[in-house]
Design a protein around this ligand. Structure first.
Ligand code: F6R
Length: 248
């Protein structure tokens, strides 16, 4: 794992955007895996800024999002589809037809999962997958004890995850109980992975990942140890406990 330390959230966002932009410029047909949540927002802002200033084009890029809530329509205020449109897609030149997010309203959710895997396969796989990490180590919505062999699947969200995401909703009862997520195996099949971690709140998770180095299904992010090309960009706050432990 290659670890890049950022000063703070702003620095992390700039570094992450530069990393992605470099890949897009190198391969204009990039299949780019994307994440939602608070962490990548700044990265997307920087990508938009770069698009406006330097014309980096996404015309031939295809994006594959990690996950979507079950039961929220594409245009629901809290759907990940709306999130991606608002925070990135509406502001760059990517055709919306090349942006893919699981359909949380599909009648047959299991078929939707299988189709999503087929889609990824038909695009030649994900070239670069952006990830965030949950406090409990989840990646995508793969909660602790998810098999490392999973492909796109339906998950029941952990109550800690629902509580963490409550901030985007009016109240906890509105937070969906289920989501569709790329599985861990699907994520690990990406050619390259970029994990972003910011803030003190994630310091324990980072410590668990980088210090314990114990590959176990109780901590989904530890699955990344089986991947040959993972880069982590973490800010000082997120790395605070890791450094404490290393120095003692
Ligand atoms: C989002 C996703 C999640 C988040 C994680 C961290 O698509 O798959 O795994 O990356 O929950 O979320 P934030 O960035 O809000 O702390």
């Amino acid at each position: 794992m290659n670890i890049i330390e950022a000063k703070d959230y702003q620095d992390l966002s700039i570094k992450a955007a530069q990393y992605i932009i470099k890949n897009v410029r190198h391969n204009p047909n990039l299949v780019l895996g994307l994440a939602t949540g608070s962490t990548p927002k700044g990265t997307y802002e920087q990508m938009i800024k770069d698009f406006q200033q330097n014309n980096t084009s996404y015309q031939y890029v295809k994006t594959i999002n990690l996950d979507e809530y079950v039961g929220l329509a594409k245009d629901d205020l809290n759907s990940y589809s709306t999130f991606m449109n608002e925070h990135l897609f509406n502001h760059i030149d990517i055709p919306h037809s090349q942006t893919y997010i699981p359909n949380g309203m599909a009648k047959d959710l299991h078929n939707e999962c299988a189709q999503y895997d087929r889609l990824i396969h038909s695009l030649g796989g994900v070239d670069l997958q952006l990830l965030g990490i949950g406090h409990n180590g989840h990646i995508g919505f793969n909660e602790p004890n998810t098999s490392f062999k999973t492909r796109t699947h339906i998950v029941k969200l952990a109550s800690s995850t629902r509580n963490a995401n409550e901030r985007f909703f009016q109240d906890i009862n509105e937070v969906p109980n289920y989501a569709i997520t790329m599985g861990i195996q699907t994520i690990l099949e990406s050619k390259e992975i970029l994990l972003l971690v910011s803030g003190k709140g994630k310091a324990k998770a980072v410590q668990k990942l980088l210090v314990e180095k114990n590959r176990c299904e109780q901590f989904p992010a530890s699955s990344l140890y089986a991947h040959p090309h993972v880069t982590i960009i973490a800010d000082k706050a997120a790395l605070s406990l890791t450094f404490e432990r290393k120095e003692s």
